[in-house]
Design a protein around this ligand. Structure first.
Ligand code: MD6
Ligand code: FE
Length: 212
């Protein structure tokens, strides 16, 4: 079928030094979605509070040895899910395999993530410009997997006010970013309405990190 040609379309796009976009990298989206279901059955999505007391529009959960937690005390990686008082669910094998494959392809063959943050965007949800700097080992990259509805990803520089590139991230795209880009400011524009054949009216983003 004609569509299959496009569904398997792969391309590598250089974003900035240390940052690369693999279009169509995900081949086992259904396996990932099953694993996301397993994780969220134990640690459900929740809207965390920012340190300033605002409710985040993105719903989050996580898996692996530690989860990213935000509350009035600030941001941190915590081995316990504050909603369940239990450890975060184990990292599913399909997650780990995908993250390692993408990192190796991008030149980080040693990458072994100990945490995966799972973000769910409903229509209108956004992520303000930020740096990922709560991880202790900044030599490890972040691997980011996009599923469901497309999003506009803003990618800037090392200071907040540098010009931003706008990237369209669609279902199956993987971004690996590290090295000179590891602390680049980035964010996600409000999710536009749409309907994805597998995920419906949401976008899910997985980010894999080495936190310690
Ligand atoms: C998102 N991603 O795409 C949010 N952070 O929904 C991130 O905040 C992110 O994609 C660090 C590295 C890659 C990312
Ligand atoms: Fe980030």
């Amino acid at each position: 079928m004609m569509l299959d040609l496009f569904e398997n379309y792969k391309e590598t796009v250089a974003i900035a030094p240390g940052a690369v976009l693999f279009k169509g990298f995900v081949e086992n989206a259904r396996a990932l979605l099953g694993a996301i279901g397993d994780v969220t059955a134990r640690s459900p999505f929740r809207h965390m509070a920012t340190s300033g007391g605002y409710r985040m529009s993105v719903a989050m959960t996580g898996c692996g040895e530690r989860g990213w937690v935000s509350d009035k005390r600030g941001y941190r990686y915590d081995p316990t899910d504050p909603e369940t008082w239990c450890p975060w669910p184990e990292m599913p094998a399909a997650f780990l395999q995908l993250a390692k494959e993408a990192a190796a392809e991008a030149g980080y063959p040693e990458f072994s993530p100990d945490a995966c943050l799972i973000n769910r965007y409903d229509i209108g949800a956004k992520l303000s410009l930020h740096q990922d700097k709560d991880e202790l080992d900044l030599t490890a990259p972040v691997v980011s997997v996009s599923l469901g509805l497309p999003a506009t990803f803003l990618f800037g520089g090392l200071s907040r006010n540098e010009p931003k590139k706008k990237l369209r991230l669609v279902h199956g795209d993987v971004v690996v970013w590290g090295g000179p880009s590891r602390l680049a400011y980035h964010g996600v524009s409000p999710l536009k309405p749409g309907l994805h054949p597998l995920l419906g009216n949401i976008r899910i983003n997985l980010t894999f990190r080495k936190t310690e």
